[in-house]
Design a protein around this ligand. Sequence first.
Ligand code: IDC
Length: 487
Amino acid sequence: MTTAAARRLRKDHMNHLRLIASFLLALALCACASSPSASQKADDGHTAQSDPEETDTRKPETESASLSPLHADGTQLLDDRNDPVVLQGYSTFGINCKPEFVNEAMFRFLKDEMGSQVIRLAMYTADSNGYCTDGDQKELEGLIDKGVQAAVSTGQYVIIDWHILSDGNPAQYQDQAKDFFGKVSKKYAGNPGVIYEICNEPNGSDVTWPVVKSYAEAVIPEIRANDKNALILVGTPQWDQAETEAGKDLLEDAGNMMYTVHFYAATHKDQQRQDLSTAYDQKLPMFVSEFGITEASGNGTLDEQSGQAWIDLLDQDRISRVAWAISDKEEASSIFKPGTDPDSPSLSDLTEWGQWLRQVYTGKDTDDDKNSQGKSESGQKPVGAKSGDSGLKATLKQSNTWNSDGMTFTQFDLTLANHSDQPVSGWSETLEFTKDVTIDQSWNGDISASGRSVTVKPGQYHSTIQTGESVKDIGFIVKSDGMVKER
Ligand code: IDC
């Protein structure tokens, strides 16, 4: 078999495993749908479906999932049915610097649009309002709690990351780490969604694996005293790149744990990929809790080719991965453009890196999708995305449907009313449907379809809609392979 064919087979196998994992997650969602602790209201249709066999067809009240507990077995992460799990997700920027990016709307966007299954909450210990230096500990703990709730209630795992960086030796704040992990593990004991990362990137020439190992031996018991089963991640020396050192000398009696490896693909290439393979052969259980495809500085050019080589390797070895960073800072490793509203992110806000990740995590091309979601090319929000933004009220009416040549044709008429006290121009309206559609005919607007969305912009007419005006003559017929409705 050729290497390419082998890789394809592995990829197919991976996809299969992912499908199984999603299916199990969906089952878990169903199982907890009526649990009394599930109190949040789901209003966007992303709820788990009821088992058709069940007579109780009530809509689940929540999508807050009972996430399957995870455990490491050899190199592999498994769920509670012993099926392999490969998580993909996103790391916050230091929550100390960008607390506004820790919110449920953001995490929901990452899950729904960006393929996220796990959120990492990176809390600096010594840099930028660090927890152990000049940060407000109560505030930071509150933010961690907000992040944990937001991740779990959107059905995602969450990593609490003790983000050491300039304090390269984790032993420097070991006592604070013990207190902190004692506190949070008490709070989240038994919550299968919570993962503890006890130190980001140990670094410094004297910070060898024995140094990190003895820190881990001091901190892990604080967690185990409250939670025997939680998954714990431990850093490796040299900014999480000396995994082969850990591979020679594993922690004993630490319970359910994995070792972290980080890479930035424009800097870390063949040598570091080779190290990962060596550690895999050493049977080291690994978790990539942070990666980028920029240089290690977090800036510079994106190396997509090296990035893809890493992803292929992680797929092959079934290693989970978390991307840096949920941020709009002006640097290449931010997934959002500067000025993004953290409470209302959209596909148009994605940087090149954000788009690359979306492609790798979901297979979707953002260029095709972005004008049909969130903000239009002109930067205006489409009508109905947020009331009051454009001042236009859109009403879509299905006026006719018929079948021909095995396809379904459906006619829709659109009304756009300007109830605001200002004329509205340069508008763009996006409509979502339940199936892929193509435009068969359209009138009085510039109307295009992409996947399940239809975008309506002014054509020859209606480029400005006056105060109090109602436009009623825009319409279109879509063609689909079955009955279609507006979502
Ligand atoms: C970087 C940020 C950057 C910030 C710097 C120092 O992207 O804006 O100025 O930290 O606070 C890591 C670290 C992570 C780094 C990132 C990129 O875990 O904190 O973030 N990186 O340099 N390890 C390798 C790269």
